[in-house]
Ligand binder design. Sequence first.
Ligand code: NAP
Length: 279
Amino acid sequence: MEVLKGVTVAKAITEKCKARIEESACGKPRLAIVRVGEEPGDLSYEAGAKKRMEKAGVETEIHVFPRDVENGEFLQAFRKINEDPAVDGILVFRPLPKQIDSKAVEEMIDIEKDVDCISPRNMEKVFEGTCTNAPCTPQAVVEMLDYAGIELTGKRVAVVGRSMVVGKPLAMMLLQKNATVTICHSKTADLPAVCREADVLIAAVGRARMITGDYVKEGTAVIDVGINTDVEGNLCGDVDFDSASEKAALITPVPGGVGAVTTSVLLKHVTESHFRRNA
Ligand code: NAP
């Protein structure tokens, strides 16, 4: 049984981007981070993203607005960032405070610079199978499967969870890779039996250690997207690692799994956008 750590996959993606940027004759890619307020989760992700960009030679600019920023003022500033030719990618922390017209931001963002897929046009492209800026978390799952050399054509994949953040876009991305995808949710009858049909099982449920070994067929690849805290306050995934790993051929841990790959996906998207914009 192989434990696939996120750090291994993140490192491989970072090295590839770094090599491409070092050879570039068109300058360095640039990511603009837009943050409203001082949410601890945003600050921590921002620090991780900044560090990841630095490792590969991507420049970062951070635009911080007070939590009570006026809608008009914010949209005007956002338009300026969006139109700046030096900016290749934009990461906007969401949800935005309620006085801000989030829909206007989603509609306005340049789809090429939309490196975390907030634009409805980019999400439509995920469903069409033509998106180059898929949302970072589902893309991190795809990167992990690619890194592990798991060929998806003809495979049965079960995705547990149908949110627009993870489950649905991920299912579409796996479908594009010719997998036969079953999307499961809270009303799925006999979920363990449905999951046991899968060659690849992906958990994006938000319930601590719900997916036990009883849900896993012998030899399955199990990818855990969940980030939860258990009753003792420890960080854990949706998968019960101990029992699932007795059956799985490959499993990702939490912490240190999918979550560790998301900033490298962001890096990959900014880098690719830079080269497309300068082609
Ligand atoms: P969400 O919006 O709460 O959706 C959860 C999904 O799981 C829903 O579709 C729900 O079904 C389904 N579900 C809930 N209980 C179930 C049960 N008992 N049996 C079967 N399905 C059940 O959550 P999310 O935003 O997709 O996030 C899922 C998990 O991924 C969370 O732990 C979150 O923290 C984590 N996450 C991780 C990252 C990362 O970077 N690693 C990023 C984003 C999210 P219904 O639709 O029927 O309600």
